[in-house]
Ligand binder design. Structure first.
Ligand SMILES: Cc1cc2nc3c(=O)[nH]c(=O)nc-3n(C[C@H](O)[C@H](O)[C@H](O)COP(=O)(O)O)c2cc1C
Length: 220
């Protein structure tokens, strides 16, 4: 079992975070989750889950958000809790993922601002040389957004935009989400069967590798 930190911000795309946390829980990994206050607004807007003004109400909605059994593996933090476990480099967190990552959080992490637990956990991943994966969401991207991504990439962060592909012939929104989250899990070195693996241009999608159905597995 690995331990991951997932920081959820006020960018659009909360289904990506939900799909990632569901997949990690289904694979029996421990997930430390923190939602920013702006993230709380967006989560209510996109997923209909009211997590409170400060994003501290997520723990009470865990089963609704992730599904049965989530409370055994998911630990939620108040974003103001900068004394929480993920705030220290001594805590054994294998990798931190910011998904979706707003341009605000991106800028503050690039500048080492650490004004809440999401930004602090990202700062810790950088200073400890651990995987920091950022899934930015904005369009179009300004020069400043691109500069912030470049400086984080130069510091070792993985920039993996919420940018699903179409070549695997998705039939549903969940197929698109699974494809993108499968790429995150690959970069985290987590074994999974999410989405389809490419097996060449002339292969049928069913033959194109690991599809959930082929493994008799339900989407998480
Ligand atoms: C519905 C909604 C969608 C938003 N989508 C984005 C987005 O995709 N990208 C972004 O950078 N900001 C977006 N914002 C603005 C951020 O929430 C805002 O900049 C906020 O201050 C970010 O705070 P945080 O980084 O602490 O979460 C959105 C706001 C709302 C209410």
């Amino acid at each position: 079992m690995s331990r991951f930190f997932v920081g959820i911000t006020g960018a659009s795309g909360h289904r990506f975070a939900q799909t990632l946390v569901r997949a990690l829980v289904a694979l029996k990994h421990e997930v430390h989750v923190c939602l920013t206050p702006a993230g709380s607004l967006v989560m209510e807007h996109e997923l209909g889950l009211p997590c409170g003004e400060n994003g501290d109400g997520l723990a009470a909605l865990l089963e609704q958000w992730i599904g049965p059994g989530a409370s055994e593996l998911v630990i939620c933090y108040d974003p103001r809790d900068v004394g929480g476990e993920p705030a220290s480099g001594t805590a054994k967190i294998d990798a931190s993922i910011l998904v979706p990552c707003s341009m605000g959080t991106l800028a503050r992490v690039a500048a080492g601002f650490s004004s809440n637990l999401v930004e602090r956990a990202a700062d810790v991943a950088l200073k400890e040389g651990r995987t920091l994966m950022i899934m930015p969401r904005e369009t179009p991207l300004s020069r400043l957004h691109l500069q912030n991504m470049l400086s984080l990439a130069e510091m070792g962060a993985v920039i993996l935009p919420c940018m699903p592909g179409w070549y695997h012939k998705p039939e549903s929104l969940q197929d698109l989400l699974d494809h993108a989250v499968g790429k995150v899990l690959d970069r985290l070195d987590v074994e999974h069967s999410l989405g389809a693996r490419w097996a060449g241009l002339h292969s049928e999608p069913e033959e194109a590798g690991i599809r959930r159905a082929a493994e008799g597995e339900e989407a998480p």
